[in-house]
Design a binder for this molecule. Structure first.
Ligand code: HEM
Length: 190
């Protein structure tokens, strides 16, 4: 069977939150554009990051392989993270002093920034050429995706207006669940 349509369909699906945002901007649906773009782009970046982490355990139980979609999902996570950061930079009027002040003074921005740098490293080394060039080091580097997920869960918690905000808790639970899939329980429980 020819599955060549699957990747273009996935591409459109992953792009659709962006298209909705663009439509909202042009149709004037946003009352506070900075906040209403910052939050969804951050959430989509995090959702796609978690989805990319779900691919490996899901692949082990499915009767067909879905590994070939992991890279596209991960790259889209980075795409939304770039939009998220871009809006933040616009909100700070691209002022180097304001941006540095935020990174230094607001711990959730520091953590977000660190996660972004790591995500950037994963995105630029996601090509086949880089995979070949880095060899074994590629796997080691790409394991930092779990660290990024933890950092973003913290980022989400710290930026929340209330400590009782349920959303960061749900995302943290998902991160913990995904991490638990990667633990070799047999070895640990011996
Ligand atoms: C330099 C890097 C980053 C900066 C400066 C930054 C900044 C921000 C800001 C200003 C907010 C909104 C805070 C508020 O509403 O008061 C936010 C929220 C958020 N960010 Fe980031 N962020 C960064 C990186 C990331 C990355 C890499 C991700 C995901 C992969 C991410 C995911 C989120 C999420 C999920 C939220 C919460 C959205 C919500 O409340 O609905 N951020 N970030």
């Amino acid at each position: 069977m020819n599955f060549s349509w699957q990747k273009p369909v996935l591409f459109v699906l992953l792009l659709s939150p962006f298209l909705v945002l663009v439509a909202d901007v042009f149709l004037g649906h946003l009352i506070d554009p900075v906040e209403e773009i910052t939050n969804p782009t951050g959430q989509w970046a995090f959702r796609f990051l978690l989805l990319s982490l779900l691919v490996t355990p899901l692949n082990q139980i499915l009767p067909f392989s879905i590994i070939k979609y992991r890279r596209m999902i991960g790259v889209f996570s980075f795409f939304y993270a770039c939009l998220h950061l871009g809006i933040f930079l616009i909100s700070q009027e691209f002022s180097g002093a304001l941006i540095v002040e935020d990174i230094v003074k607001r711990p959730y921005v520091t953590i977000g920034f660190l996660a972004f740098i790591l995500l950037f490293l994963l995105a630029i080394t996601s090509t086949n050429k880089m995979m070949r060039r880095l060899g074994k080091r590629w796997k080691k580097l790409h394991k930092s995706i779990y660290l990024i997920a933890i950092l973003i869960a913290i980022h989400f918690y710290w930026q929340a207006k209330s400590s009782m905000d349920i959303e960061p808790m749900i995302y943290t639970l998902i991160v913990l669940l995904l991490l638990s899939f990667r633990v070799d329980w047999k070895k640990w429980l011996k």
